[in-house]
Design a binder for this molecule. Structure first.
Ligand code: NDP
Length: 313
């Protein structure tokens, strides 16, 4: 049987049809089959799975898999989910980096230009200008200087924001001051008017943005979380907002998604809720990346470089 490529984890039949169309057009020699439509022989024959937001059990149900290509940048659900080593290739895509960097700049402007305060004032019919703060007087700190953090840093510095960044290992990023490791974090947080979260969810980063680290931010600072919900301790965030240490939080990601209807975050005056839209996958661009990875695999027989399971990203 011709080896199929399994497609797993689309959010709806419409999305599945769209992904099949775009991926098949980008790699006409490959035969893509949705997992749900695969018979036993096809499941056994599949060597590659292309996954969006999959149930790991469906991926594990393909016994002959050689590697998994994610259409998402964050793959924390797949790390450690299998009983054998399985290379996981996450999406690193220029168009996603551009979209995410644009979102970071847009929501940084939203905070720098006091839009949450003006929205509140409008509801209360209050006419009160606030002093203008230039981008150069606003410090933005990036948690994470990887594919997305580095792209965001370039957009922020290009717009004149004072930018600092933090990573696990030392990094040299043009135009920004960098910090690394646990010992570098307090120094960076103390600089931040706006903290932007762009690190992966790993055992090390789960709960990282807690009461202690929020307290280390400048009084009146704001938080943007575009990475993963569990990196921020929700209760600690609400407490920091309630006591006025934090002015506002823009949250695109949550402990459970969709955000539960009874979550206090929906109605908190200091919170902007977004439905996980800051860095959507651009399928045309992603399909070209996936096709290129598959071509290299067919040529060499070696899976592309995957994430480091020990690091978790
Ligand atoms: P990368 O792997 O390219 O970069 C990760 C960065 O985080 C690196 O700089 C890394 O440090 C740093 N990091 C990881 N662990 C630690 C740690 N323990 N302490 C300090 N720094 C750490 O990832 P991307 O930039 O591509 O993506 C980041 C995350 O963004 C994804 O994992 C995903 O969860 C999220 N995302 C959200 C989207 C959305 O729509 N909301 C869309 C796309 C992604 P180092 O450089 O030293 O390795």
């Amino acid at each position: 049987m011709e080896e199929p490529i399994a497609l797993i984890g689309c959010s709806s039949p419409d999305q599945e049809a769209e992904y099949l169309r775009i991926l098949s057009a980008a790699m006409p020699k490959e035969r893509l089959v949705p997992f749900r439509a695969m018979g036993i022989a096809e499941r056994e024959a599949a060597r590659v799975a292309v996954v969006a937001n999959p149930d790991p059990a469906e991926v594990a149900a393909l016994p002959g898999l050689a590697w998994v290509q994610s259409l998402w940048a964050g793959v924390e659900k797949l790390v450690g989910a299998f009983d054998r080593p399985l290379p996981i290739v996450r999406l690193v895509d220029r168009e996603m980096a551009r979209t995410m960097a644009e979102a970071v700049l847009a929501w940084t402007y939203y905070l720098q230009r006091d839009m949450p305060a003006y929205a509140r004032q409008q509801r209360e019919r209050v006419w009160r200008p606030h002093p203008y703060r230039k981008p150069g007087e606003t410090s933005v700190g990036l948690l994470g200087l990887g594919a997305l953090g580095a792209a965001a840093a370039a957009r922020l510095t290009g717009a004149g924001f004072r930018t600092v960044g933090w990573s696990r290992t030392p990094k040299d990023v043009a135009g920004i001051e960098t910090f690394h490791g646990a010992e570098g974090l307090p120094a960076m947080l103390a600089r931040c008017d706006i903290l932007v979260c762009l690190i992966p969810l790993t055992p090390e980063t789960r709960g990282l943005v807690d009461a202690r680290h929020l307290a280390a931010l400048k009084p009146g600072a704001a938080l943007i979380n575009f990475a993963r919900g569990p990196i921020v301790v929700t209760g600690d965030l609400i407490a920091a907002l309630d006591r006025g240490h934090l002015a506002h939080a823009v949250l695109d990601v949550f402990d459970a998604e969709p955000l539960a209807a009874d979550s206090p975050l929906w109605s908190h005056p200091g919170v902007t809720v977004l439905p996980h839209i800051s860095g959507p996958t651009d399928m045309d661009s992603a399909a070209a990346t996936v096709a290129s990875n598959l071509r290299a695999y067919r040529r060499t027989g070696r899976p592309p470089d995957g994430i480091d399971p020990a690091r978790g990203y």
